[in-house]
Ligand binder design. Structure first.
Ligand code: DC
Length: 222
């Protein structure tokens, strides 16, 4: 098979990034974290004072330059790798991801990025992770996965991660935030989070990261 496009969608906290990054590496594909793109826009939007007019949304989308380095994300020349992971940016990213104009610009940029990589010949394909990759951005992707796990399992994993970093964390609060994000992602009018009809559904609840990776790689034929 030539250049392949692999879509990995799923809710927050399900471990998509780890899975997508490892699968991309295994298959010599470009890894695209589309959530990080929304987070970069949210970071710029915050700097501008969060204007909501159509004009400012379009301008935000068109003027934000995002560059993915192997370990870092650069937005308009600034390394924002850590800052875009802050809770305040997560909340703003969730908000702007419901704006139709922003989604339109993101879709175009994601398609352009993949097209450039396809033409460059430097990768065997692209693995994109997000919420609407298999349904909206690349409805004709060669492989589509929808990774899922119950909110309780995702919250428990998040709790462990935070505790390992020595952070104060509360299961009930984490679960509430996660349920809220799920609701927003699943109920927005444009490109809501859902599995594409032809996506392979992977419940990661009882699987280790390695088992998930092996399952996806086997589906892709590796
Ligand atoms: O995956 P993440 O948590 O980094 O995503 C950040 C926000 O962007 C989240 O609220 C969902 C949204 N998002 C989206 O709407 N569509 C995508 N393809 C990726 C992320």
């Amino acid at each position: 098979m030539g250049f392949k496009i692999i879509a990995i969608d799923g809710p927050t906290g399900v471990g998509k990034s780890t899975i997508a990054r490892q699968l991309a590496e295994k298959l010599s594909c470009l890894y695209v974290d589309t959530g990080a793109m929304f987070r970069c826009l949210a970071w710029c939007w915050c700097k501008q004072g969060c204007p909501e007019s159509d004009e400012s949304q379009e301008k935000l989308g068109e003027e934000t330059r995002i560059v993915f380095k192997p370990e870092n994300v650069i937005c308009n020349g600034t390394d924002v790798t850590e800052e875009i992971r802050k809770e305040s940016i997560s909340a703003l990213a969730s908000k702007i991801s419901s704006f139709p104009l922003i989604r339109e610009v993101m879709k175009k940029q994601q398609r352009m990025l993949v097209e450039e990589v396809r033409r460059s010949g430097s990768y065997q394909g692209a693995v994109l992770e997000g919420r609407d990759i298999g349904t909206v951005v690349f409805p004709k992707a060669d492989f589509k996965f929808y990774v899922d796990a119950s909110p309780e399992i995702r919250a428990k994993r998040r709790l462990l991660q935070l505790q390992e970093c020595g952070e104060d964390a509360n299961f009930v609060e984490i679960l509430a935030a996660l349920n809220k994000r799920d609701y927003q992602d699943q109920n927005r009018k444009v490109a809501p989070l859902r599995a594409a009809e032809d996506a392979v559904i992977v419940d990661t609840g009882n699987l280790s990261a390695t088992e998930v990776l092996e399952h996806l790689a086997a589906c892709v034929g590796e």
